[in-house]
Design a binder for this molecule. Structure first.
Ligand code: ADP
Ligand code: MG
Length: 503
């Protein structure tokens, strides 16, 4: 029984029966004919093409751009059994590698014809809706990303996490939930992973079981396969969002208060050197993208990313992307290579999507040598930890500088650290706007301008908190703000944030 049908129950239910017991196509139960005349007429084996509305109804199965995301339905084991029988018969009938050479449309036509034949020959009784589902599934397997397709089509999903063939989680609105998605077996999952990574010229199998890639839409993909992943291939996809969040939207979500947002805008505009710090998925890249909106239009900006996520609005932007080694392990271009090269491209600002290693040194150099307003994100859980991470990353590059010198470089380059966090209720907040002031002895000194205090938890588990100013009326970047004629706006934003705190 198809799970989908069994939820509707009653007359429209059609069982998949062994061939011996199968009624002839014409003998579809009368109730079905009554309930769904068109579909019943198009029972297994019937020529579908002559039916009115046939073409339109089959349109939405296109796996790469469904008209609207189909909900993910729970399906019974029988469904998967039928599907695997049809699939096996399909593979016996056609050469899948030749299908891959056809255009998607032609390939789908081909598969549709054969699948319809198989269903007729094997006498699987099913309505046309069920047949469409099966066909879409099989097309997805052969031509697209298989069971992942419906998830990839949904815009509300931030992350997809596949833990082997039987378990898939998604993150929606900051919350992780399990889905009904299942893969036929580990081999199918690995095949789909292989299809994804081969598009960027990479390979994943036992000999190279770890692989980063991305989908044509820009989504970031990581695959780790057995034997490293013990319970089957693990696939993680960070979905690319076309409509990036804006600062006003972050204010609406409560990620930052209106006054805090005003301060961030000024920081972006007046060319402070900024590091955005936060954990994975805390909203660093989103925030970096927001800040870049307030950069003046006449500045030449160069962005360096592992895979292009930022969407700058300015007219004068050069986008650079690193390159992983090819299958032979050659041709890698690292972030460090890019940032170094940037310096020869007359940038006014350099923006590094994600600083993970020794390139931090080159970014700090850039910040220090007239490219103020440069920005980057770093994975760390507090502004203080962020400073330590930068120090550690410089050490990773093999620079043999005394720790004090390293800290002087950091404190002399970075003006502001903005901390993003994903709280335990799934909400994302900006928790610190912190200035890096200088050195006292061997220690880098900082001052918090703006903080988020957690005050408690509501009954529904939502965290209650507030953004507040720390009472600093004149930040260290005051002179910069004045140079850009923003000191009035800065003063009133800080004032307003303080008033709210007192009130
Ligand atoms: N303040 C926010 N409120 C709700 N969702 C957010 C917020 N900031 C970011 N997101 C979403 O969270 C996901 C991860 O954000 P991203 O900026 O890529 O994180 P990071 O770069 O820290 O890994 C994205 O889907 C993004 O749209
Ligand atoms: Mg990021």
């Amino acid at each position: 029984m198809f799970g989908k049908r069994s939820t509707q129950g009653g007359a429209a239910e059609v069982a998949v029966r062994p061939a011996t017991q199968m009624p002839a196509p014409a003998a579809v139960p009368a109730a079905v004919v009554a309930a769904r005349p068109v579909e019943a007429a198009a029972a297994p084996g019937a020529d579908l093409r002559g039916l009115p509305g046939f073409a339109q109804r089959l349109q939405p199965i296109a796996p790469e751009k469904p008209a609207e995301p189909k909900p993910v339905r729970a399906r019974s084991d029988t469904y998967y059994e039928t599907k695997s029988q049809v699939f096996a018969a399909l593979i016996d009938t056609i050469d899948l590698s030749q299908i891959a050479g056809l255009s998607t449309e032609a390939a789908r036509e081909e598969i549709r014809d054969i699948v319809n034949d198989i269903i007729a020959i094997k006498n699987f009784a099913m309505t046309i809706a069920e047949q469409e589902d099966l066909l879409a599934d099989i097309c997805n397997d052969v031509l697209g990303y298989g069971p992942l397709e419906p998830l990839l089509a949904r815009d509300d999903i931030a992350d997809i996490m596949v833990n082997g063939a039987r378990q898939t989680f998604i993150e929606v609105n900051g919350k992780v939930e399990e889905t009904e998605i299942r893969f036929r077996d580990n081999q199918q999952l690995l095949n789909i992973c292989q299809r994804i990574v081969s598009q960027v010229g990479r390979r994943v199998d036992e000999t190279s079981p770890i692989c980063d890639a991305r989908l044509p839409d820009g989504s970031r993909v990581n695959v780790i396969a057995p034997p490293l992943a013990i319970d089957g291939t693990v696939l993680t996809i960070r979905k690319f969002k076309k409509d990036k969040l804006t600062l006003p939207q972050l204010v609406n979500f409560g990620a930052i208060s209106p006054e805090g947002a005003e301060i961030l805008q000024i920081i972006g505009r007046v060319r402070c050197n900024v590091v955005i710090s936060g954990g994975t998925g805390s909203g660093k890249t989103t925030l970096l993208n927001c800040l870049t909106r307030y950069i003046d239009e006449d500045e030449r900006i160069i962005t360096c990313e592992d895979s292009a996520e930022l969407q700058l609005q300015q007219p004068h932007v050069v986008r650079l992307e690193t390159r992983p080694p090819n299958i032979e392990g050659e041709g890698e271009i690292t972030m460090r290579d890019l940032v170094k090269n940037c310096l020869r491209m007359r940038p006014e600002r350099i923006i590094v999507g994600e600083v993970r290693g020794p390139e931090v040194f080159d970014l700090l150099q850039a910040m220090n040598t007239g490219h103020d307003g440069s920005m980057g994100t770093i994975h760390s859980n507090s502004p203080r930890e962020c400073l330590n991470r930068m120090e550690a990353m410089i050490a990773m590059g093999g620079f043999t500088l005394p720790p004090r010198t390293v800290r002087e470089i950091i404190s002399g380059s970075v003006d502001v650290i903005i901390q993003a966090a994903r709280l335990r209720d799934g909400s994302r907040r900006i928790t610190h706007i912190t200035e890096v002031l200088g050195m006292e002895g061997d220690v880098i000194t900082t001052q918090d301008l703006f903080l988020y205090d957690i005050m408690g938890e509501a009954a529904n588990g939502k965290i209650i908190g507030r953004h507040r100013s720390t009472g600093i009326g004149r930040p260290a970047f005051w002179d910069r703000a004045r140079y850009y004629n923003e000191e009035q706006r800065l003063a009133s934003a800080l004032d307003a944030a303080l008033d709210k705190t007192v009130a």
